[in-house]
Design a protein around this ligand. Sequence first.
Ligand code: PRT
Ligand code: MG
Length: 225
Amino acid sequence: MKPNAGMVTLALSKGRIFDETLPLLQAAGIKVLEDPEKSRKLILTTSRPEVRVIIVRATDVPTYVQYGGADLGVTGLDTLIEHGAAAGGGLYQPLDLQIARCRVSVAVRVDFDYASAVRQGSRLKVATKYVNIARDFFAAKGVHVDLIKLYGSMELAPLTGLADAIVDLVSTGNTLKANQLVEVERIMDISSRLVVNQAALKLKRDAIRPLIDSFAAAVGKLQPA
Ligand code: PRT
Ligand code: MG
C-alpha cells in the first residue's frame, strides 16, 4: 500500500501561503492541529482524520503534487510558471484562490535610465529567480538581456553592480523603496492557485472533489468581488 493511500495530502509552504490558506481550510471545515512555526513536524494532522498537510519549500509544492507526493497543493502562479507546469503535465489547476497576491515587475536603481536603455537597444543584465518569466517578457518586448539566476535577495543585484535590473515580486513596494529601487514595468499579476494531482483526482474523487468545491465556495465568500 502506498504511504498515502486512503489519505488526502495537501502540500503548503510555511509563511504567507500557509497563513492565507488557513481561512480557506477553516471554511471547508478543516482545522490544522499543529502550527508549523512552532513545531518541527513536516506532516501536520487536521481535524479530519483523512486529511493531512505537509510543509514543503514553496518551490517544491508543484513537484510534490505533480509526482503524487501530495494530492493537492497551494502555490503562487509565479512558482507554477517557473516550474513549467502551467501547460499541464499531471497538474490540474481548478482554482485561483486569490490569496498571496502580488505582481512580477522589473525594477532598477532610481538613477538608472531604463527607458533610454531600452530605446537605445542596450543589452541589459537582469538578475532574477524568475528566469522563464523574464526571458519571455523581454523576448516579447524585443529587448536583449543577459539573465543572471539568483535564489534570493534580488534587490542587492542592482546595488552591487551585478545587474542593471531585477525581475522580482512586488507587493507593497516597500522593499524596493527601502533599497533605492523603482518599479519600471509590471509583467503580470500573481495570486496563489490550487493544484491537484490528476491521477489522485480520479482515484480519490469522492474525497478530493468536495474539498475543491468547498475551497471554491470559500474563495467567493471570503473575497467578495
Ligand atoms: O522564502 P523562501 O525562499 O522560503 O520561499 P519563497 O520566497 O518562494 O516563499 P514565500 O513564502 O516568501 O512566497 C510564497 C509565494 O507568496 C510567492 O511565490 C508569491 O506567489 C507569493 N507572494 C505574495 C510573495 C509576495 N507577495 C512578496 N511580497 N512572495 C514574496 N514576496 C517578497 C518579494 O520577493 C520581495 O522580496 O516580498 C518582497 C516584496 O514585498 P513588498 O511588500 O515590500 O513589495
Ligand atoms: Mg520568500
